[in-house]
Structures are given as structure tokens and as C-alpha cells.
Design a protein. Structure first.
Length: 360
């Protein structure tokens, strides 16, 4: 069974790989997307058709198709020359026929590959063609031919015996001759056994090819393992350092977390110091609050006194002006004094004496 097929520089396929599963596989795609090309690639490998260069991509490069089955890997490539590859065996200059080893490995016939526009298999053929086809598959034609040949030989022998029987040479002598010939034939009885052994050997050869393919795959895996083993040895010391390095990385990560906590703690300490400084400033303000309040009270009283002084100065200024006017009009100063005593209150603004009786 074909498990995968890969196409490189084959018509429209630059580098395509198709993996197949058990059962029916369906390939879907738009028109001219390369579906039919996959069948062409299969025919190119299995039947060596077409034999020209029309399957090669226009952009050039080596054209190669690889078919992987359960038992073998078959590769066909064409560059300056074309070749088949089966395992480690290369086939070149094979003419127009596919090498027999490749045919045996693929085990494909034209009936195994059907195109999209092909008629349904055998349904459109005549009964005679269908019977001939199945006779060919079951090798019934070979059996009929062998039977016909045997009957012909028997008839020929009977005719010969009848014609050659004489008085000097009776039919019994011919029968004895036949018996001797049959005896001689018995000497070759081992051929039947030999045929069975050949069939066993052919089956063993198929198994050998399968085992060889498995061996090639195993050798590839072993080589890859050896290469990886050498790489592991080269990095063994680094692998041994993995655990302490991981521990160091964990410590570095822990240190980074601690550094973040220290930064946060430093910020808290700075904030606490600022708060304490503000508290001390507030306490200092609270200590001077009482004298400041007293000073503010005195300041207000001072403003009142200044205002009274201003009023007094204004009144004195007014009195001086009035005095000058009075002196100019020769009025009686004492009568004016008495008038001011009644009008201005208990203190005379002219002489500063205290008036006891406001009503008088």
C-alpha cells in the first residue's frame, strides 16, 4: 500500500508531499491546481510514461518523485540523466522498460490507476472482454492452453502409436517406450518441489527487501542517535551545570523580589520621616499658637488705637482750624468752650479736661 508520495519540480508542483491513510483517500482542489499531476507522477514512476521532458517544471531544476509503500521506498529522478533508486540500489540506462525490481516493489498495474474521465472499470466493456480479463487474472488462459497442449500431445502420441505399430515393432513396444519416457520424467519430479521452493524463496526475497528497507530506516535512526549522542556528550558539562544554574537563577529572581521590597521599604521610611517632620513642624506651630494669638490680639488693639489716634488728630486739626477762625472773628473763647463741653462729651477735645456733668 502506498503511504505517501512527494513531488519536486514536477510540472506545477514545486515541492509537494501527500500523506495517505488506510482506506479511500480523496484529493480535492480547484481546477488546474495539480490534482491530475499527482496521477501523472504515479504513472511516471510505475510505468515510465511519459518518457520525455514534458513532466519537468518550466522553472528548471531536478525533477524527482518519491513513492513510499509499506515495504519499500522508490525514487525516480531526472536531471541530466534519469534513474530509479530502490533502497541503496541505483538503476540507470534502463531504456523504455521499468526495472523488474521496481515493478515488484510497487506491484502496480494499469488497472490500479484510473483517471477522472476514464469509464467505470469493466462496466462499459463487453462480456467477452470481462471474462478474458478475469481469466487473465486467475491465469485460466494458461491452464486452458496447457490442457489443450496436453490433449494435443495425447492425440499425437495415440496417432503415432497407431501408425508406427508393426509386426516387428508392436504397440506394446511403443507403450514401453512411453513408460520409459515417463520413468525418465519421474527423474525430474523434484522440479515440482523445486518450484515450491522457488516460490518460498521469492516470498523470502520480498521479506528480505522489506527487512532491508526496515534496516535502512533503522540505520538512519541509529546514525541520528549517534550524532545526537555525540552532541549530548559535547554538552554534558553544560547539562551538569543546569541544576546549579537553575538554582542561581532562582536566587537572582528571589534577590530581585527582595530588592523590590527594599525599594518599597525605603519609600515607606522616607514617607515616615516626612510625616514625622511635618508632625514636629505642627507641634512647633502649636507651641507658638498662644503667643501668636496674643500678638494678633495686640495687633488688632494697636489698629484700634491707631484709628483713634487718626480720629483724634483729625479732630485736633479741625479744632485748630476752628480756633484760627475764632481768633479771627474775636469770639469769646470761654463761651465757645462751654458750648463744646455740652456737645463733645465728658472730655474736652480742646483742653483735655474731664467734664463731670454732661447734662449741665
Amino acid at each position: 500500500m502506498i503511504t505517501s508520495i512527494s513531488l519536486q519540480n514536477f510540472q506545477s508542483h514545486k515541492d509537494s508531499i501527500l500523506e495517505f491513510s488506510d482506506g479511500v483517500n480523496v484529493i480535492l482542489g480547484a481546477s488546474d491546481s495539480g490534482k491530475t499531476t499527482i496521477l501523472r507522477a504515479l504513472r511516471w514512476v510505475a510505468f515510465h510514461k511519459p518518457s520525455g521532458d514534458e513532466m519537468r517544471s518550466h522553472w528548471g531544476g531536478k525533477t524527482q518523485v518519491e513513492i513510499v509503500t509499506d515495504d519499500a521506498i522508490v525514487v525516480k529522478s531526472k536531471d541530466k540523466e534519469q534513474e530509479y533508486i530502490l533502497g541503496d540500489t541505483h538503476f540507470k540506462a534502463f531504456g523504455t522498460e521499468v526495472p523488474q525490481e521496481i515493478k515488484d516493489a510497487l506491484n502496480l498495474d494499469s488497472i490500479n490507476v484510473q483517471s477522472q474521465l476514464d469509464a467505470p472499470f469493466l462496466l462499459s466493456e463487453t462480456p467477452g472482454f470481462v471474462a478474458s480479463h478475469f481469466n487473465k487474472i486467475a491465469h485460466l488462459g494458461v491452464i486452458d492452453t496447457a490442457t489443450s497442449n496436453i490433449n494435443s500431445e495425447i492425440s499425437s502420441l495415440n496417432s503415432t502409436i497407431g501408425k508406427e505399430a508393426t509386426k516387428d515393432r508392436p504397440a506394446s513396444g511403443l507403450i514401453k517406450q512411453i513408460a520409459d519416457a515417463e520413468s525418465d520424467i519421474l527423474k525430474f519430479s523434484y522440479l515440482e518441489k523445486f518450484q515450491s521452493e522457488v516460490e518460498v524463496l521469492e516470498e523470502q526475497e520480498k521479506q528480505l527487501i522489506k527487512l532491508k528497507t526496515s534496516k535502512d530506516k533503522l540505520e538512519t535512526i541509529i546514525n541520528a542517535y549517534q550524532v545526537n549522542g555525540e552532541t549530548i556528550l559535547e554538552y554534558k558539562e553544560l547539562l551538569e551545570l543546569e541544576k546549579p544554574v537553575n538554582e542561581i537563577l532562582e536566587l537572582i529572581e528571589l534577590r530581585a523580589k527582595k530588592d523590590i521590597e527594599v525599594v518599597k521599604l525605603d519609600r515607606l521610611i522616607v514617607q515616615i520621616i516626612e510625616i514625622q517632620s511635618n508632625i514636629e513642624k505642627q507641634n512647633a506651630l502649636l507651641v507658638i499658637e498662644t503667643p501668636v494669638n496674643d500678638l494678633l490680639k495686640l495687633y488688632k488693639e494697636k489698629e484700634m488705637v491707631v484709628n483713634e489716634q487718626k480720629q483724634l488728630f483729625k479732630a485736633i486739626t479741625n479744632l485748630n482750624s476752628i480756633d484760627r477762625q475764632l481768633k479771627g472773628s474775636k469770639l469769646n473763647y470761654e463761651s465757645l468752650h462751654s458750648r463744646f463741653e455740652k456737645n463733645l462729651g465728658s472730655v474736652c477735645i480742646l483742653c483735655g479736661q474731664k467734664i463731670k456733668n454732661l447734662e449741665n
